[in-house]
Ligand binder design. Structure first.
Ligand SMILES: [Fe+2]
Ligand SMILES: [Fe+2]
Length: 290
């Protein structure tokens, strides 16, 4: 058995600086049911054009890696932008934001190799308190001719052969200072692993988290329950497909870099997992000669 697991997060459909499939159709249902909802096409801004290009490149990267192997896609939260921070939204209607999120994921769902899509709950204020995910599942299912497994989950433990993947949206920060990068991840990972071992369980092979729109990864090996064998886990913070929104600018205290991409993991029988991060960082500062 060989399989590719794709992890992406923070696509924030519905914001003008977030991932937007150019083929998305929205509906103006403000006069519904008096009139039939009117279909609306979308037009992409410069950041969205760039994000869509990155997304296409990353999907191709996964397809090349997968070859004939099957692919599972796991979206680790914040599939929509929500309406708590309405500045720069494409549309504040939950249905239209869910349509955008579904159109972004349909690109995967329509690939022959993709056998499932799972949505992990993100930040409540970005997902209409999780209502968006159920809507996205509905739109994905209705947009597909074939049947694949599509679910909305809160905190998942995926099992693939001998390996498990622990996926939730919130987790440790990447670190607020360059010299502290990774520290929080390691403490969080060590605590999670020891907790599992104390309960007599094997820690998940990989912990996946989102929310910070920043790529980071740490690896730990500690003694297992028997005290002799070593057990290994990785923790990954996912980059996003989202530009620097005014909210993100404030939250990141004006970070000048933006990480965009995904992480693919190859799982094979009788072998350890192989992790393939696929992302780029861009410098957002405007250089000005005075
Ligand atoms: Fe987010
Ligand atoms: Fe979030």
């Amino acid at each position: 058995m060989r399989e590719i697991e794709v992890f992406l997060a923070d696509t924030h459909g519905g914001h003008k600086l977030s991932l937007l499939n150019p083929d998305t159709i929205l509906f103006d249902d403000s006069n519904f049911p008096a009139e039939d909802p009117t279909p609306k096409t979308v037009s992409l801004g410069a950041v969205q054009e760039w994000l869509w290009e990155c997304y296409q490149e990353d999907i191709q990267f996964v397809l090349d890696l997968a070859g004939k192997s099957r692919i599972n896609v796991i979206h680790v939260g914040d599939v929509t932008w929500g309406n708590r921070h309405p500045e720069q939204t494409v549309d504040t209607s939950p249905a239209n934001q869910a349509r955008i999120a579904a159109a972004n994921l349909l690109v995967w769902a329509r690939l022959r190799q993709v056998k499932s899509i799972h949505l992990i709950a993100g930040t409540g204020s970005h997902e209409y308190q999780y209502a968006a995910n159920d809507l996205v599942v509905h739109y994905l299912r209705s947009g597909l001719a074939r049947k694949i497994d599509i679910t909305a989950l809160r905190h998942a433990l995926f099992r693939v052969g001998d390996h498990t993947f622990d996926c939730s949206h919130h987790g440790p920060t990447p670190g607020g200072r360059t010299w502290l990068e990774g520290n929080e991840l390691r403490y969080y990972l060590r605590s999670a692993m020891i907790g599992e071992i104390l309960r007599g369980k094997t820690p998940p092979r990989v912990y996946i988290r989102g929310h910070y729109h920043t790529y980071a990864k740490e690896h730990l090996e500690i003694r297992g329950a028997e005290g002799r064998e070593m057990v290994a886990s990785d923790i990954i913070l996912l980059p996003s497909y989202c530009g620097m929104t005014p909210y993100a600018q404030q939250k990141t205290r004006s970070s000048h870099t933006l990480d965009c991409g995904l992480v693919a993991v190859e799982v094979r029988d009788n072998r350890d997992v192989q992790i393939y991060p696929r992302w780029r960082a861009i410098d957002l500062r405007q250089e000005v000669d005075l």
